[in-house]
Design a protein around this ligand. Structure first.
Ligand SMILES: Cc1ncc(C[n+]2csc(CCOP(=O)(O)OP(=O)(O)O)c2C)c(N)n1
Ligand code: SF4
Length: 305
């Protein structure tokens, strides 16, 4: 078996340019509502690229549909605004076609955990070398406030267990579906970097994004990013979030599950990290095992008539 070096494919992309965070702003001005949590995530993303010294032409962002899906347009880099729920397949294709790029996928909780949920386990188990940032506002923002897979039980137009809600037309008598737990999902599926941030905690977010972007393999970052227009959860997250305890061992998966399942706190920080060969490394190792026999033409010949 070929030995596989555990090095991120993005290492050669670091410290290539000296640009300020504002240099990563595109000419397209965000059209998010004033106060939307997504602004904080975008600013942290600019800062992370600047700190890492990544050249804009070496970065690609893929997104699905939603307010969150507009993200790539606001970054001075390559971007692909795809269809609803398909950020991960897009990002996977981009990274496999050109592993020498830094690839991020961005989505909302609906995009990631509802229509696109089938893609998350496969990106995680393959350990594709990219960073997936999910801006979780616990509602469908773009389509005006329906319940999402992370909405709390009880969400309705008349009120909610927390936060102010102006519309939840999909659940007029209250949402009865239990919310999913994204960190537990990512742990169970085998993601090799798993973290949670909050858009009101900029410094912490920048560090998590930088760690994700430089991690070898699939990095999953859930970021609480309140939707001030349809479900204002700022006070809820300010009250419930807490940094992971200083003695949390992020190499211990069972400990990570326990912290993710805690009902008292919504912990922020790095839950889990692991070294495992990435999808590109595995593909390269298979090519090496196939040796000189590997060519598309010989493969086609073998299956002809
Ligand atoms: C195939 C398909 N189904 C449904 C929609 C309608 N739609 C657009 S965005 C969206 C949900 C967006 O919610 P989320 O992903 O949480 O992102 P947010 O807008 O909150 O950032 C839906 C259902 C669509 N565009 N395409
Ligand atoms: S509707 Fe909500 S998620 Fe969309 S831009 Fe406005 S505040 Fe942000």
């Amino acid at each position: 078996m070929t030995s596989i070096p555990l090095t991120s494919t993005v290492a050669p992309l670091l410290n290539q340019v000296k640009l300020k965070p504002n240099d990563y702003k595109s000419e397209v001005k965000p059209i998010w509502c004033p106060g939307c949590g997504d602004f904080g995530v975008l600013a942290a993303f600019y800062r992370a690229l600047s700190d890492l010294g990544v050249s804009p032409e070496k970065a690609v962002i893929a997104s699905g549909i939603g307010c969150s899906g507009r993200f790539p347009a606001f970054v001075e880099s390559y971007g692909f605004h795809g269809v609803h729920g398909r950020a991960l397949p897009l990002a996977t294709g981009i990274k496999m076609a050109n592993p020498d790029l830094m690839v991020a996928a961005i989505g909302g909780d609906g995009d990631a955990f509802s229509i696109g949920a089938g893609h998350l386990p496969h990106a995680a188990r393959r350990n594709i070398d990219l960073t997936y940032i999910v801006m979780d506002n616990e509602i469908y923002g773009l389509t005006k406030g329906q319940a999402s897979p992370t909405s709390p039980v009880g969400l309705s137009p008349k009120g909610a267990p927390y936060g102010e809600i102006k519309a939840a037309k999909s659940t007029p008598y209250g949402n009865s579906d239990a919310p999913i737990n994204p960190i537990v999902m990512a742990l169970a599926y085998g993601a090799t970097y798993i973290a949670r941030g909050f858009s009101s905690k900029p410094r912490e977010m920048v560090e998590l994004i930088k760690r994700g972007l430089t991690h070898k393999g699939f990095a999953f970052i859930q970021i609480y990013s309140p939707c001030v227009t349809f479900f204002d959860t700022y006070d809820h997250f300010k009250e419930k979030t807490a940094p992971l305890p200083a003695d949390h061992n992020s190499r211990d998966k069972i400990a990570a599950f326990k912290m993710a399942l805690d009902e008292e706190h919504l912990y922020l920080g790095e839950f889990y990290t692991e070294d495992r060969p990435s999808m590109a490394e595995n593909a390269r190792a298979i090519r090496e095992r196939a040796g000189s026999n590997f060519s598309m033409d010989s493969l086609i010949e073998r299956y002809k008539g």
